[in-house]
Design a protein around this ligand. Structure first.
Ligand SMILES: Nc1ncnc2c1ncn2[C@@H]1O[C@H](COP(=O)(O)OP(=O)(O)O)[C@@H](O)[C@H]1O
Ligand SMILES: [Mg+2]
Length: 159
């Protein structure tokens, strides 16, 4: 079961609102791909999700480290940015298998750079520019994530 839905995020506040709602509904374990060009808002949305999950510290873009780990009350969250990954095989050296477990929530920017070495996404979140703001499209895989996306969209509309 898949589902496609999109929302308009007129400003950064809207991105933060969406992140807070995603934080309420996303479940462990999950693999979420964040897609879109440089500057589309992938890292901003990751920050918003982390803030929504109760992380009060800073959220660095993992541009150079490739992955930033977070220990949250709900469990471990790994935020990846694979833009600078030269070869997907490097993921092996990163110990990629340890990151994808029954207990982890993974947010992955530039997952296409790790093609063949990453698990399938449960949810793809596609960001694109729309005038001064952004548009976000959800593409869920599996029934439970489809239900989650429906709740997120409903809550966003009501917020
Ligand atoms: N809904 C939005 N409307 C307008 N600007 C936004 C929105 N969401 C994020 N931004 C801005 O867009 C830029 C996105 O940067 P970033 O999140 O680092 O993008 P990416 O990780 O996709 O390269 C930031 O300057 C941020 O303030
Ligand atoms: Mg980024």
């Amino acid at each position: 079961m898949t589902n496609n839905t999109s929302l308009v995020l007129p400003d950064e506040d809207a991105t933060f609102r969406l992140g807070a709602i995603l934080a309420r509904h996303l479940e462990w374990p999950s693999v979420v791909y964040l897609e879109g060009q440089l500057g589309a808002g992938k890292t901003t949305l990751s920050r918003a999700i982390l803030r929504g999950l109760g992380h009060s510290g800073s959220v660095k873009s993992p541009t150079y480290t490739l992955v930033e780990p977070y220990e949250l009350a709900q469990g471990a969250l790994y935020h990846f940015d694979l833009y600078r990954l030269g070869d997907p095989e490097e993921l092996e050296f990163l110990g990629i298998r340890d990151y994808f477990q029954e207990t982890t929530l993974c947010l992955i920017e530039w997952a296409e750079k790790g093609q063949g070495w990453l698990p399938q996404a449960d949810l793809e979140i596609r960001l694109s520019t729309a005038g001064e703001g952004r548009q976000v499209a959800f593409h869920s895989h599996g029934e439970s994530m489809t239900v989650i996306v429906a709740k997120v969209v409903k809550d966003f509309g009501a917020s």
